[in-house]
Design a protein around this ligand. Structure first.
Ligand SMILES: *[C@@H]1O[C@H](CO)[C@@H](O)[C@H](O)[C@H]1NC(C)=O
Ligand SMILES: *[C@@H]1O[C@H](CO)[C@@H](O)[C@H](O)[C@H]1NC(C)=O
Ligand SMILES: *[C@@H]1O[C@H](CO)[C@@H](O)[C@H](O)[C@H]1NC(C)=O
Ligand SMILES: *[C@@H]1O[C@H](CO)[C@@H](O)[C@H](O)[C@H]1NC(C)=O
Ligand SMILES: *[C@H]1O[C@H](CO)[C@@H](O)[C@H](O)[C@@H]1NC(C)=O
Length: 554
């Protein structure tokens, strides 16, 4: 099952935006005589999912600056005359996947189940937010720093030679460390990353892209969303939105900027918007890795007990599954860590080995178990051609939203270096030595979005919005998410359901969750019981994942 899941991920990574060569103008009845700000056509022959480009001003407050374009995909309602509106979806998955992932891939994979539950009465729309997507198609698109991995390798090689007496300590071809990192290595690497940001911005300026970066950010993304809702459903139409994890931030910004437009919002496993942009990112990282590490430790504890049924992640298969475990740790590393190790460094990590043995204790109950060596090898298997690895990931978006101003003063630098030093070997269940990924290095990113929003000021009294907040059981991906009490404070009028299970990842929700979400979106109905999905909340069977190519027999 997990290899099928892996295939899905690989499929997502390889997907690129393919637009029909000859897009036709949309001729919907509700469109009126105005020229539409978008073009849309079936993504390819024979599919009902449509791909489109939506034109937006780069700066919503200053249209003369220029225009940008937002790539979206739409799963159209069955009967366009009778359709009831649009549901916008945002999976929010930040750096786990390639940032140029095409929205029609997610729609094709996930939307069917929701669409059916909504009786095909709504258009479902996903889009690529500013700062992601293929540059030139998505404007502003993803920032790329290096032409290719050779270019990147040369750059890092140069930097270490310039700044350090000793040889670099990593493999130039794979960027994996060839030895256990020391505190000095971490501090040196931090200096190198600072240089990378500066060079990357110089390259962007040379290519005329640098000026675009201040128009990236979640406030602008929400204005794009509202413009799409205006165009698709008519001006002032209420907005239905489902955002998972970081995607919930779009919902929070929407509530703050356009309280009158927020129709029905699903905040699914949401992120605390206050912590998101008010806390310096290096501190967020320290918290996030500790939470993820300790969730993995909880798994170890439950596996060591006699209750084998407890021995699983809430979001994983119901039994310990080595492939799922390996995938989880690898995705956490990809999301949280800014460097990679050669596999043998994991083999030396006795703490992780101990954890592995605890989970694998009884081989006959352990599905597709592997030796520790095989497992370790998988932990370190990254996509070969990962365009995200040539850029700075979501740094321009997340750091653009940050409320603290950029500064390179000594106090700040000392505080960052303390965190890097303290954290280096602090999370052995995630990685033998830790270093933050780009989005946690906002102190190195000099650009802030032209429009930023603070959530810490008390919200003025607003009309009651219909908001559904779904809180998940602790799983490794819960690390930046809100607690139950924080959620009730943040969304006082919302329906809050806690202790839910996801199903598999992101939008692979189980049936009970999907019913909950669909009924709320369609007519505002929520269950009366406090724990609606507790019993018989069956995990979706893998055969319901519509992507089964190359499924391996175990
Ligand atoms: C942006 O697009 C609009 C609508 O097509 C057009 O009228 C306007 O001139 C464009 N703005 C710029 C700065 O190019
Ligand atoms: C679509 O909806 C309209 C308006 O409700 C209705 O008149 C029409 O028969 C529907 N078309 C189909 C194919 O169901
Ligand atoms: C990570 O988990 C290990 C094992 O439980 C523990 O020893 C360590 O202190 C944890 N790290 C943090 C930062 O909490
Ligand atoms: C240096 O940065 C810290 C943390 O961002 C800030 O609190 C402090 O005021 C800054 N000091 C100066 C002199 O700019
Ligand atoms: C919304 O409302 C009723 C309860 O009043 C549900 O039973 C329905 O199924 C409904 N959902 C949808 C999707 O229309």
């Amino acid at each position: 099952m997990v290899s099928a899941l892996l295939d899905v991920f690989v499929g997502l990574l390889l997907a690129i935006v393919v637009l029909a060569t000859d897009p036709v103008l949309n001729l919907r009845d509700d469109a009126g005589p105005r020229p539409l700000p978008y073009e849309v056509a079936p993504c390819r022959k024979g599919t009902i999912i449509e791909c489109g480009i939506f034109k937006v001003p780069l700066d919503w407050h200053e249209p003369s600056v220029g225009n940008g374009s937002i790539v979206f995909a739409r799963y159209p309602a069955a009967n366009q005359t009778a359709r009831k509106g649009t549901v916008f979806l945002h999976t929010g998955v930040s750096s786990w996947f390639s940032p140029d992932r095409a929205p029609q891939v997610d729609l094709g994979r996930q939307a069917g189940a929701l669409y059916t539950r909504l009786n095909g009465e709504y258009d479902l729309v996903m889009w690529i937010p500013r700062g992601r997507g293929v540059p030139g198609i998505s404007i502003p698109g993803m920032l790329s720093c290096f032409a290719d991995s050779v270019d990147k390798s040369d750059y890092y090689q140069d930097m270490t030679e310039r700044w350090s007496e000793s040889p670099p300590g990593w493999d130039g071809a794979t960027f994996e460390w060839t030895r256990q990192q020391t505190v000095d290595d971490a501090l040196l690497f931090h200096q190198i990353q600072e240089r990378v940001v500066i060079s990357c911005l110089e390259t962007a300026d040379d290519q005329g892209q640098g000026g675009m970066l201040r128009y990236v950010g979640t406030a602008a993304t929400v204005r794009d969303l509202v413009a799409m809702a205006d165009a698709f459903d008519g001006p002032d139409a209420p907005i239905r939105f489902w955002g998972a994890q970081p995607g919930s931030l779009v919902g929070s910004y929407l509530q703050k900027l356009f309280p009158e437009r927020a129709g029905r919002l699903v905040m699914d496993d949401p992120i605390d918007p206050i912590a998101y942009n008010a806390v310096p990112s290096y501190l967020t990282w320290q918290t996030a890795i500790a939470i993820a590490n300790n969730t993995v430790a909880t798994l170890e504890e439950s596996c060591a007990s006699d209750e084998l049924a407890d021995c699983s992640f809430p979001s994983g298969p119901p039994r310990p599954d080595m492939e799922f475990l390996g995938l989880s740790v690898r995705l956490l590393r990809q999301d949280l860590m800014g460097w990679r190790n050669q596999p043998f460094l994991d083999l030396l990590n006795s703490r992780y080995h101990q954890f592995y043995d605890a989970v694998r204790k009884d081989e006959k109950d352990t599905q597709n178990w592997q030796t520790f060596e095989e497992h370790t090898e998988r932990l370190n298997r990254y996509p070969v051609h990962d365009p995200a690895a040539l850029g700075l990931g979501d740094m321009p978006i997340i750091c653009g939203d940050a409320l603290d101003e950029h500064s390179d003063n000594k106090t700040l630098l000392a505080a960052v270096e303390t965190v890097l030093t303290e954290s280096l070997h602090s999370v052995p269940l995630l990685m033998p030595s830790a270093f933050p990924s780009w989005r946690f290095l906002c102190h190195l990113w000099p650009i802030r979005a032209i429009e930023r929003i603070s959530f810490s000021e008390p919200q003025e009294q607003k009309p009651v919005q219909e908001t559904l907040v779904l809180l998940r059981k602790l799983d490794p991906w819960n690390y930046p998410r809100v607690s139950d009490s924080a959620a009730r404070e943040l969304w006082p009028d919302a329906h809050v359901f806690s202790d839910l299970e996801f199903g598999q990842y992101m939008f692979d929700h189980n049936n009970c969750n999907l019913d909950l979400i669909a009924n709320f979106l369609a007519n505002g109905t929520v269950p009366e019981e406090a724990f609606p999905c507790q019993d018989g909340d069956e995990r979706r069977h893998p055969s319901q994942i519509p992507h089964t190519r190359h499924r391996r027999a175990h």
